[in-house]
Design a protein around this ligand. Sequence first.
Ligand SMILES: CC(C)(COP(=O)(O)OP(=O)(O)OC[C@H]1O[C@@H](n2cnc3c(N)ncnc32)[C@H](O)[C@@H]1OP(=O)(O)O)[C@@H](O)C(=O)NCCC(=O)NCCS
Length: 143
Amino acid sequence: MTITVRQAIQDDLDSIVMVLGELQVRSTAVADADAWSAMLGQTGRTILLAERGGDPAGTADLWIAPTLLHGAVPRAFVNYVAVLSAARRSGVGRALMEDAHRRAVVAGCRDVLLMSGDHRPDAHRFYDALGYERCAVGFRMML
Ligand SMILES: CC(C)(COP(=O)(O)OP(=O)(O)OC[C@H]1O[C@@H](n2cnc3c(N)ncnc32)[C@H](O)[C@@H]1OP(=O)(O)O)[C@@H](O)C(=O)NCCC(=O)NCCS
């Protein structure tokens, strides 16, 4: 089946919420129209939607942040990568990340960073397979 990746638009809210359910975080994703509009309107942010055979199959959230470092080179961050379980191991995740990489290169980024929870060994193997290096220790403080 054909896999395509594009920037999500306003009408894609329900598709993105459905796919984000795959993250299985403690509280579920909700179709909050205000939050969605704010996300889509945020400078440097691109919500990607992957479709497989024309149906929603995965998402990733790309942020390109300007910096003052390394000659003011921007930096890319990827969050909330998720693929429907029925569509996994068919290249959807790879297609999403490759699209994010292309956009980051066009924006002038030299690298892309992401964090993935300790409880996601499958995702870690996915990032390993794509060529990501393990380079940092993540920290979080609950507020
Ligand atoms: C991690 C995830 C996004 C991968 O998506 P995917 O569409 O299945 O990945 P792809 O099919 O593009 O896989 C590309 C390569 O990554 C590796 N890979 C992917 N999933 C893997 C797994 N479960 N175990 C080992 N290697 C894996 C393989 O080398 C694979 O190539 P191959 O299938 O030809 O062997 C998907 O499993 C997912 O949504 N998991 C639940 C949510 C999650 O953990 N998200 C990440 C949050 S940080």
